[in-house]
Design a protein around this ligand. Structure first.
Ligand SMILES: *[C@@H]1O[C@H](CO)[C@@H](O)[C@H](O)[C@H]1NC(C)=O
Ligand SMILES: *[C@@H]1O[C@H](CO)[C@@H](O)[C@H](O)[C@H]1NC(C)=O
Ligand SMILES: *[C@@H]1O[C@H](CO)[C@@H](O)[C@H](O)[C@H]1NC(C)=O
Ligand SMILES: *[C@@H]1O[C@H](CO)[C@@H](O)[C@H](O)[C@H]1NC(C)=O
Length: 377
């Protein structure tokens, strides 16, 4: 029989060095370690833990078989026969600032007033909004400014739980591509002042900044189809491709926003539904079977002493990020050992960090020990 042991070695930065005052061995519990700033806001944390969201590009373009509208299409073309918006739970919205229809577009003050008026209507008449998605889309030849600071302030004032997306945050940043792929290491810390909306530094957006002062996690947008809108002639990506995107976005500390455009009936087409179902089933199959579920987990160090339950190594087997292992302070290297007690063959390891206290893990090193007791080769 082969026994597999997983050895996990953490390499961390910014470990809090301050010790709480207390006498070792006293009854007072050891408090959690100091957070490493920046940390997520309440809204950002709930958003980031949700992992995935759907994006629905649906409008006149759906009915004119186009990706870009002119702003002059007759609103009557928008005539879905079977749309039912009832089941939609958790609402976000994208109000494109590039309004090709609006006559005052091009006049900075008048257009910003118009835009804020529309935004106010959207944020006060349709219930709770969880995300406002903004890009810097701007018409060619129009010398006009978008007053982003005023937009952001108004959005935060009108909606308590909202997370604002743009190239530069303030709450979540564009990852920098439309393929749904984040940098191999993707930091939520970021300096908002380093980028402006419409002018990102692709590598910086993809990877974030280990020394960043603002918590601005990346959001990965990608369409299940070649374009953002539904076209009868196009087909969705397959479930294997979506799984690969999932690993490269959610698996890299980001939220995956998957565009699934309704068809001209106002429904998700059958082919897309099938792919989504398969994608869900694949993930269930992969993640429902945890080979480490009954592992004996030990670590070379435990915050508050080896017997401390609050930071015990076995905490890492629980789902929640509020249950975690922490090492003693002031140490530079440590290891964790998972004894699976039996042979297992696997190709996915899920490692998470309690990001409510900031992001500090630079990388993990995983070693696997094969201990063959038989003489099989
Ligand atoms: C982000 O800001 C911090 C603090 O000012 C600074 O140390 C770091 O170098 C900045 N990152 C970049 C890429 O400029
Ligand atoms: C899924 O799509 C990708 C990209 O088009 C392709 O390479 C792959 O073979 C497809 N996989 C399956 C199982 O159809
Ligand atoms: C839209 O998708 C639904 C399935 O959800 C299908 O019944 C309907 O025919 C589709 N409409 C078009 C125009 O393809
Ligand atoms: C863990 O133990 C439970 C209860 O004994 C058992 O049902 C499950 O199959 C075990 N899981 C693994 C991966 O060994």
């Amino acid at each position: 029989m082969a026994t597999i042991l997983l050895l996990l070695l953490g390499l961390l930065v910014g470990l809090p060095l301050l010790r709480a005052h207390g006498v070792t061995g006293s009854a007072a519990p050891t408090p959690p370690p100091l957070p490493v700033l920046p940390v997520p806001s309440y809204a950002q944390l709930q958003w980031q833990l949700s992992e995935m969201a759907l994006f629905l590009h649906f409008g006149p373009n759906t009915f004119t078989d186009s990706e870009w509208g002119s702003g002059r299409t007759d609103p009557a073309v928008f005539a879905p026969s079977a749309l039912d918006a009832g089941p939609i739970i958790g609402l976000g919205l994208y109000l494109s600032p590039w309004d090709r229809h609006e006559p005052v577009y091009g006049d900075t003050v008048a257009y910003n007033e118009h835009y804020l008026g529309q935004m106010t209507e959207l944020l006060t008449r349709y219930g709770d909004v969880e995300e406002v998605w903004l890009d810097g889309a701007k018409g060619e030849g129009k010398d006009m400014d978008y007053m982003f600071d005023a937009w952001f302030a108004l959005i935060h004032q009108l909606q308590q739980r909202v997370v604002i997306f743009s190239d530069a945050g303030p709450d979540t940043r564009w990852v920098g591509d439309e393929a749904g792929v984040a940098g191999y290491t993707c930091w939520s810390p970021f300096n908002k002042s380093t980028v402006t909306i419409g002018h990102i530094i692709p590598e910086y957006s993809r990877c974030g900044d280990p020394f960043g002062q603002d918590w601005v996690p990346a959001e990965c947008d990608v369409s299940i189809r070649p374009g953002w809108f539904w076209h009868a002639s196009e087909k969705p990506k397959n479930a294997t491709t979506l799984l690969d995107i999932y690993y490269k976005s959610v698996g890299r500390n980001c939220l995956l926003i998957l565009n699934v455009p309704p068809n001209s009936s106002g429904l998700i087409s059958t082919e897309d539904m099938q792919v989504l179902q398969e994608f869900t089933e694949i993930r269930q199959t992969i993640f429902s079977q945890n080979f480490a579920a009954n592992a004996t987990v030990t670590a070379s160090t435990v915050r508050g002493g080896l017997g401390n339950q609050q930071f015990a190594p076995s905490n890492v087997l629980q789902e929640s990020i509020y249950s975690y292992w922490a090492p003693e302070e002031g140490q530079s290297s440590w290891e964790m050992l998972f004894d699976l007690g039996q042979s297992a063959s696997f190709n996915v390891i899920q490692l998470q960090e309690p990001i409510q206290m900031g992001q500090r893990v630079i990388k993990f090193r995983v070693e696997i020990w094969w201990m063959n007791s038989g003489n099989n080769c």
